[in-house]
Design a protein around this ligand. Structure first.
Ligand code: FES
Length: 157
């Protein structure tokens, strides 16, 4: 698990506040910067952001919970996002998802024990005519079958 020194988090956040200011509108860019660097926003960072912006920690947490690209738990080094929107759903997304879950031994929203892969749902990836579709990090895969999806997963394991 990624261990972050509290002092270095505070220093990092103070620099971000210097860059983005202390207005309420600074919250999102600060959260995105922390997410980008650490792949999640640790509890202590959430408290420090709230202190520095003079807002309640619950407000910080609720923003993190609302946006699927922000996380309060460590994420895997690879993010698998399976489209759950209706067209992919009708094209066999459930079979693909079940095969991936069996292969990784996790459910959607979870990360493998070795922190290599996180499985998530996403909304339409813009490849509806070629579903089921999924995105692995920033690469999109289409016309998935359970076998094809497992093969892709095995290649990143
Ligand atoms: S519905 Fe899945 S890519 Fe559009």
């Amino acid at each position: 698990m990624l261990v972050l020194e509290k002092n270095s988090i505070t220093e990092e956040l103070e620099a971000l506040v210097k860059e983005h200011g202390t207005e309420r509108s600074a919250l999102m860019p600060i959260l995105q910067a922390v997410q980008r660097k650490h792949r999640y926003i640790p509890d202590f960072a959430q408290q420090e952001i709230a202190r520095l912006l003079d807002i309640h920690p619950v407000e910080v947490y609720s923003v993190i919970s609302f946006y699927s690209f922000l996380h309060s738990e460590p994420q895997g080094r690879n993010i698998v996002r399976l489209c759950r929107t209706i067209v992919c759903d009708l094209a066999g997304k459930d079979e693909v998802e079940n095969a991936i879950k069996r292969e990784l031994k996790i459910n959607a929203g979870e990360t493998t024990k070795d922190k290599k892969i996180t499985l998530e749902h996403t909304n339409c990836l813009g490849m509806c005519d070629q579903g089921p579709a999924m995105m692995v990090n920033d690469k999109i895969f289409c016309k998935l079958t359970p076998e094809k999806a497992v093969e892709i997963i095995k290649n990143i394991k």
